[in-house]
Design a protein around this ligand. Structure first.
Ligand SMILES: [Zn+2]
Length: 341
């Protein structure tokens, strides 16, 4: 069957499973499994149609609806990931299927917009911080590139455009193939020349939280982890940089927040973005677990160095969300654990 037709057929089957209640039945019968959702940031509804909103963001009302859907799956469905990993490692079992909530990068809106909603529902989540950006106005390279691309589209981009930056702006994903020192040296001059043309609401929304904010999350019972210093994709860096990015980010979260053990999230987190050397480094640091962006479901036998997550974003409809949570997408989207040590 052609891929497009197959996708349509799968969607129709998912919708049917959700409408008939079979999806929830499947969820309830998947005891022993845990699914982890990967969020990044939240945007107020009134800004949702701005072109700068990253596709991996969700709106406030989308998030509220998703928390409501999780609450509808029964009390005790949402658990902190660290607790689930602990229980699995201790040989314990879960007496019901579990969903864990995680947030990558450390965006300020995690505290101003997500935390109040999590409190309202009594849900605990895990937050992975990009330590070098905490409390700064500097935006992640991904976000600066997306914003520069929009300035270029509006015909207002100024400054000499190197062949490298031409390729970065023309081909989404191209920048993810290069190390962060090269990227920063290319992006920064163009960004400084053009930053006045960026919507100030974008800069406000895409800014990271402060360490004080992270302390509020910790005090609210949330789990805090590390996500490197500079949001580097480990697989594009040399061994020394990889070890430094892991070690220092974990040490800083530990030192700033006084935590016992600090979990880790691999930036970008797909096959080839991390490898056995990174896993060895995490093990040496006594890190309890690491999450990827490889989609799928986890069981007590899944490697704690390669926990799978389903990403939630602006285009995640309610049906897709329920399909992810209830396990309808586990098999279809799972990919081999090629890089997990
Ligand atoms: Zn990230």
């Amino acid at each position: 069957m052609p891929a497009r037709l197959s996708r349509l057929a799968n969607r129709a089957a998912e919708t049917l499973a959700i409408r008939t209640g079979w999806a929830k039945h499947r969820f309830r019968s998947s005891t022993g499994q845990f699914r982890v959702l990967a969020y990044h940031g939240l945007v107020p509804d009134e800004l949702a149609d701005r072109p700068w909103v990253p596709p991996h963001y969700v709106t406030v009302s989308q998030f509220e609806r998703q928390m409501n859907l999780l609450a509808g799956l029964g009390s005790g469905t949402v658990h902190p990931l660290g607790e689930v990993v602990n229980r699995c490692q201790g040989g314990g079992t879960m007496d019901q299927p579990v969903v864990c909530l995680t947030f990558d990068d450390g965006f300020g809106d995690n505290v101003s917009l997500a935390l109040p909603m999590l409190r309202q529902y009594g849900f605990l989540a895990s937050f992975f911080l990009t330590t070098g950006y905490m409390g700064e106005d500097r935006l992640l390279a991904n976000d600066r590139i997306r914003l520069l691309r929009q300035v270029q589209r509006s015909g207002r981009l100024e400054g000499p455009l190197s062949p490298f930056m031409q390729a970065v702006l023309a081909h989404p994903g191209f920048h993810k193939q290069h190390n962060h020192v090269l990227l920063e040296s290319e992006i920064e001059p163009l960004w400084s020349t053009n930053m006045e043309k960026i919507d100030p609401a974008a800069v406000r929304s895409l800014r990271m939280m402060s360490w004080e904010d992270a302390g509020c999350l910790r005090d609210a019972g949330m789990e805090i982890g590390a996500h490197t210093i500079n949001h580097v994709i480990l697989g594009r860096e040399d061994l020394e940089t990889r070890q430094r990015e892991i070690t220092r980010s974990v040490a800083e979260v530990d030192a700033r927040l006084g935590l016992d053990r600090v979990p880790f999230s691999y930036p970008n987190g797909l096959a080839g973005d991390f490898g056995p050397d990174d896993v060895s480094c995490l093990q040496a640091l006594n890190v309890p677990y690491a999450v990827t962006e490889l989609p799928g479901c986890n069981t007590p036998s899944t490697s704690v160095w390669g926990l799978r997550r389903h990403c939630v974003g602006l285009h995640t409809s309610e049906d897709v969300f329920l399909a992810q949570v209830c396990g309808l997408r586990d098999r279809r989207l799972s990919v081999p654990e090629r890089t997990i040590g």
